[in-house]
Design a protein around this ligand. Structure first.
Ligand SMILES: Nc1ncnc2c1ncn2[C@@H]1O[C@H](COP(=O)(O)OP(=O)(O)OP(=O)(O)O)[C@@H](O)[C@H]1O
Length: 745
């Protein structure tokens, strides 16, 4: 049986790392990339057995079949490698020449880079050459192969560890992994245009890839696909991706095939780096944490990425949690064509999010897509805590229907529950400018162990945020905030002695800072920052005035107003009852309403419920005091209004000759009262105009106001009267919302 192998041009391909040849940018190559179909006969493998055909036909028909197919894929990946440093050490300790050869290769590459940094430092050109050196480091990582590309990709997600120039360059390692496909049309012919990049990651021979698919799946290629592109449409650090059409259903799929022998290369590199880690642990005193443990953690993650069934499962979990929104797309996995080294999934027709002109040409708005990305990221990071840890623009596609598609689920991360709430709390404390609380948050965020004194951080936070927060939080640039916070945290662990050490190692200071800080900031936090900075970067490209914090605030507001979690409920109480409360409530409501999942019915419920709880004693007092204050404002405001309509001659009669006004109070005091009244009316209006709003929501306030203790808390108007007035006003509102609304506004 023959199958069409669609040629994208046979440019010089080579396996990696040894003898690797990058595909060069040439007219010839581009021309050939547009080549037509080529008929090809795949390697002979045993014909499909009946059982297999059956298996393929039912694929995806229902959930049970899907689970069974997934189980079969897991069985195929049963012997996928797991990181085991002891086994690796055992293997390489008996191969001294191989170890020596690779050591020299790495030492020469990194040593010459270090030397250049040292010379830059001596000649005072360190800053001036930063960009150039960053590009060099990227090229060195690319040349050194997959483990170093992974390392570079990892570092590019750590704004807390790398200077911006290095972040920019190293993130190219992600873009290179995915920079080929530009267009495709009728699938039966799979026309592909390839753009080739000099710095792109090298590919490995297609014959090897196709043979890997057949061996891994135990099926001949032509029984799986009716056609497959003859060259990869993208080369990535660990594998390369083909576009194909499934034979049984004619669906278009992306097939990711792992680089042959990759475990071998990666294993040796980790063996060497781990050896270096031992030396650091032993001889470098300034680094007190366990570097070997850190390397092991990183290696474990990379090995996990080598198991494509795991990646498929990540995609499935991600889809279940987040693709419930119609503007988010996650490809389905074809479990019958997936194994540890082969991953088959829905082909996503789309344009990468950084190709903004192409997006606009499709009639889509980049900012809409970025906004979808921000909302989805917030849900990932702060709701379920399961997030895509590699959301670079190459992994985010805009589909022609305007959906935002996520691909590449190799690297996922989780935010622990406490940290999720702590992050929201941190934002509240920032809005409140409560620097002591912000500093204390670093315990909950797991930046610092509880025995560390945080008081030295407080002045640093104050210094930075008092300046930065001159504008409102929503106007702040997220990157400014992250950089500022990063700077504060950089300073913190350094005492005088430490600073000296860093200066001494100035050319390598980046490295020492990386290592020191690695232990201070949990990786998921840096990844969170990364994902939002990536989206902000994309948005700023489309609109220099875009503010990611402003776009995120509705989500925070919604969560604060509606989430029953005690931590968030307390954060809301703190936010509302710290000065400026009505402003804040109005703002929260205004913002929360912008979130598409906001329900007015749920707003304030957690706080109001607490009023009926014996634990809510403290809150009750605050609420009574506030109700009394508001009632006074309404009553006194009405008196002032009435006064305006009373003819002059009657005023002196009614108000005992007081021509200045009906109340004995200063103009400023009066203005504050009137402002409060206006604000409360506005808030009421906001609530009332929200869909699903039910005034019965305020019942707990009424109950509290009717309690006898409430009387003793009367305000300016004789003890107890305002409390009764407040209760009556509220009662009227609750009994008849329409009348209530009329009377209050
Ligand atoms: N489902 C898909 N539909 C269309 N294109 C895809 C799909 N999956 C992958 N690709 C293409 O292949 C490229 C590489 O895929 P992917 O990012 O999953 O590989 P990777 O090995 O995880 O890369 P990395 O080096 O970033 O780890 C993507 O950038 C994209 O261009």
């Amino acid at each position: 049986m023959t199958m069409s192998i669609v040629s994208a041009g046979v440019c010089s391909l080579a396996s990696w790392p040894r003898g690797a040849v990058s595909i060069s940018r040439s007219k010839n190559c581009k021309a050939r990339a547009r080549a037509a179909l080529v008929e090809a006969r795949p390697r002979a493998v045993p014909a499909l057995r009946d059982r297999d055909v059956q298996k393929v036909k039912v694929l995806g028909s229902d959930r049970t079949d899907d689970l069974q197919a997934e189980a079969r894929a897991m069985a195929r990946a049963a012997n996928a490698s797991v990181y085991n440093p002891e086994i690796i050490a055992g293997k390489y300790s008996s191969r001294p020449f191989q170890v020596l050869g690779r050591t020299l290769e790495i030492l020469i590459a990194l040593g010459s880079f270090g030397l250049k940094l040292f010379l830059d430092q001596r000649s005072g050109a360190l800053d001036q050459n930063k960009r150039k050196r960053a590009a060099e480091l990227r090229r060195i990582f690319t040349r050194l192969g997959p483990s170093f590309v992974k390392l570079g990709q990892g570092l590019s997600t750590r704004p807390d560890l790398c200077p911006p120039e290095y972040l920019d360059e190293l993130s190219e390692l992600q873009m290179n992994a995915s920079s080929y496909v530009v267009a495709q049309a009728k699938m039966t012919e799979i026309p592909i245009v390839i753009i080739i990049d000099q710095d792109a990651l090298p590919t490995f021979p297609d014959a090897q890839a196709f043979s890997c698919i057949e061996t891994e799946l135990g099926l001949p290629l032509d029984s799986i696909f009716s056609s497959i592109s003859s060259s990869p449409i993208a080369a990535a650090s660990l594998g390369q991706v083909y576009k194909a059409q499934l034979k049984y259903s004619a669906q278009i799929v992306a097939v990711k095939v792992q680089r042959p022998g990759i475990e071998e290369t990666i294993g040796l590199d980790f063996y060497l780096v781990r050896g270096l880690g031992f030396l650091i642990n032993e001889y470098v005193d300034i680094i007190t944490s366990d570097v070997v443990a850190l390397i092991d953690e990183f290696a474990r993650r990379v090995y996990q990425e080598l198991n494509y069934v795991q990646e498929g499962q990540n995609a499935r979990r991600f889809k279940k949690l987040y693709a419930d929104k119609e503007d988010v797309l996650v490809p389905d996995i074809f479990w019958d064509y997936t194994s540890g080294k082969v991953l088959t999934m829905d082909w996503v027709d789309g344009v990468k999010l950084n190709e903004q002109d192409a997006i606009e040409r499709q009639g889509l708005k980049v900012l809409d897509l970025v906004n979808t990305g921000i909302q989805c990221s917030l849900r990932q990071l702060l709701e379920y805590g399961y997030f895509h840890a590699d959301p670079h623009p190459g992994n985010l596609l805009a589909t022609p229907e305007g959906k935002l598609a996520f691909i590449d689920f190799g690297m996922m991360s989780e935010t622990p529950e406490e940290a999720r709430f702590a992050i929201i709390g941190h934002v509240v404390h920032m809005v409140n400018r409560d620097y002591e609380a912000m500093a204390r948050d670093y315990y909950a965020l797991d930046f610092l162990s509880p025995d560390v004194d945080v008081s030295p951080i407080v002045p640093a936070l104050r210094n930075f945020f008092d300046d930065a927060l001159n504008s409102t939080v929503s106007e702040l640039n997220f990157k400014t905030l992250v950089d500022g916070l990063g700077a504060v945290l950089y300073q913190y662990p350094f005492n005088g002695e430490f600073k000296f050490t860093c200066d001494f190692y100035a050319p390598f200071s980046c490295m020492s800072v990386w290592l020191v800080n690695l232990f201070a900031v949990p990786a998921y936090y840096a990844l969170i920052l990364r994902s939002l900075t990536v989206l902000e970067g994309l948005a700023l490209y489309a609109d220099p005035n875009f503010k990611v914090l402003a776009a995120s605030y509705p989500y925070f507001a919604k969560r604060l107003l509606t989430d029953p979690n005690p931590y968030l409920r307390d954060a809301l109480i703190e936010l509302l009852f710290k000065d400026g409360r009505w402003n804040r409530l109005e703002n929260l409501l205004l913002q929360g309403r912008k979130d598409r999942d906001f329900s007015a019915k749920d707003a304030l419920q957690p706080v109001l419920k607490l009023l009926l709880d014996p634990e809510g004693e403290e809150l009750k007092i605050l609420v009574i005091k506030e109700s009394v204050r508001v009632t006074e404002a309404v009553v006194l405001g009405t008196v002032v209004d009435t006064y305006k309509y009373i003819p002059d001659f009657m005023r002196s009669l009614i108000f005992n000759g007081n021509a200045r006004g009906p109340l004995v109070m200063s103009d400023t005091e009066l203005e504050i009262i009137l402002q409060l009244r206006e604000q409360v009316f506005r808030i009421w209006g906001l609530l009332q105009s929200s869909e699903n709003f039910d005034p019965a929501l305020l019942q707990p306030v009424l109950q509290v106001l009717q309690q006898p203790e409430a009387r003793s808390l009367g305000g300016r108007v004789i003890g107890g009267i305002t409390q009764r007035l407040a209760a009556r006003l509220l009662q009227q509102v609750l009994r008849n919302p329409a009348i209530g609304s009329a009377s209050i506004s």
